[in-house]
Design a protein around this ligand. Structure first.
Ligand code: PLP
Length: 410
């Protein structure tokens, strides 16, 4: 009998065998791991037996947490990193070579877009396309294309990538399909259902959920045929082909770049993940109710939330996702002062970050999209009055009351 994911995660450490009957995997703080014989050490180094050597490549605590992410995503393995950006950067540097081409969504998370600019400067080329339309991705793919990178739901405008059709396309062309699942998390959506080869999750957001830790993970779904990927080094082609990609990411990405997650952070992420389903169900419920209510307020020009029928990809979101997520954005009608509205909020925190138990609000054009300038903002559909909300798990009435009193002041 297959148990539910929450049950599996809650009991994973204990059933994996922890000393003293502890219900959590202990914090392994050792930098090094020793062996009784040099032969054993050599066989771990050469990949003939599993084991840890030096904690830059992970330790038993990070490994136990990685196993939970693998379980959540229904994958074959995961590698964790110190942050989500550490995960994306290390994965790209591990898998790409000069002259390679990447197709990515033009609505990417700002720091990922900035990272791709750096990769482009280093001799790869990047095409940014409107990934809500798979035909644009199809047109951009050429014979140098190694990776198609999209997010499930874009931040802050909540555009949803054409996930299923892009998956079919990547399968037909033999291109690695990488999906950033941070906004949905595996509780709302599993990218393996649409053919993703690799899934990225920022563990700093809803998966840990309490806003008290940073982390990231790359999960291999087992769907991509790594024998078709030209950049795998011979030394990583020893085991079954389904292990090649992640092995190269662990060695070239984690070991060589060193954006390693610490044991304490891994423990906090694992503890947070135990309640992912409970927290996210509540946050999504709050978000849908608040989006519906905000859209009916006279001062509000528009609300961008996949759960609203007015959202361009509402039907797709309904078909693919368990719920519509905790992220939304909205704009006030001209003549209303956005910053004054935010100042008047008492419960909602004026803060960057996402996927926290607490509701967070940020004026987008003036902060996270400030560096790129007005022209680029316009191309990305970021109006000067756009506010991003990451909805938390507060009691719903308190959230609505807070927005009602704040709106009455502007
Ligand atoms: C936050 C975020 C990241 C980066 O994760 P960090 O853990 O903050 O480095 C990447 N992608 C998306 C969609 C994010 O929201």
């Amino acid at each position: 009998m297959t148990r539910g994911l929450t049950t599996q995660i809650l009991h994973a450490d204990r059933l994996g065998g922890v000393e003293h009957g502890a219900t959590h995997k202990p914090l392994h703080l050792s930098a090094a791991f020793g062996y009784d014989t040099a032969t054993e050490l050599v066989s771990v180094f050469q990949g003939e037996r599993s084991g840890h050597v030096y904690a830059r490549q992970g330790n038993p605590t990070t490994q136990a947490m990685e196993n939970k992410i693998t379980l959540l995503e229904g994958g074959v393995g995961s590698v964790s990193f110190a942050t989500g950006m550490g995960a994306i950067g290390s994965m790209l540097f591990a898998l790409l070579k000069q002259g390679d081409h990447i197709v990515a969504s033009q609505f990417l998370f700002g720091n990922t877009a900035s990272l791709l600019q750096t990769i482009d400067n280093l001799g790869c080329t990047v095409s940014l396309v409107d990934a809500t339309d798979a035909s644009q991705v199809a047109q951009a793919i050429n014979d140098k294309t190694r990776i198609v990178f999209v997010e499930t739901v874009a931040n802050p405008r909540t555009q949803i990538s054409d996930l299923e059709s892009i998956g079919q396309l990547c399968a037909e062309r033999g291109v690695l399909y990488v999906v950033d699942n941070t906004m949905t998390t595996p509780h709302l959506f599993r990218p393996s259902k649409v053919g993703a080869g690799l899934v990225m999750n920022s563990l700093s957001k809803s998966i840990s959920g309490h806003g008290n830790v940073l982390g990231g993970a790359i999960t291999d779904t087992g769907l991509f045929d790594w024998t078709r990927f030209p950049n795998i080094a011979d030394s990583y082609k020893k085991g079954a082909p389904k292990t090649w990609g992640l092995l190269q990411i662990r060695k070239k990405g984690l070991r060589d770049f060193g954006a390693t997650l610490g044991a304490e952070a891994a423990h906090r992420i694992a503890t947070g993940a135990e309640t992912l389903a409970l927290r996210l169900d509540r946050a999504c419920d709050n978000a849908l109710r608040l989006a519906t209510w905000l859209a009916a307020q006279p001062a509000v020009l528009a609300v961008h939330y996949p759960g609203l029928e007015s959202h361009a990809q509402h039907e797709k979101a309904k078909r693919w996702f368990r719920a519509y997520g905790a992220l939304m954005s909205f704009e006030l009608k001209p003549g209303h002062d956005t910053l004054a509205l935010l100042d008047a909020l008492e419960i909602v925190i004026k803060s960057s970050h996402l996927g926290d138990n607490r509701t967070l609000a940020i004026p987008v054009a003036q902060t996270i999209f400030w560096e790129m300038g007005p022209e680029k903002r316009q191309r990305m559909g970021i109006s000067e009055s756009l506010v991003r909300l990451s909805i938390g798990i507060e009691d719903y009435d308190d959230l609505q009351d807070d927005f009602a009193q704040a709106l009455s002041k502007v």
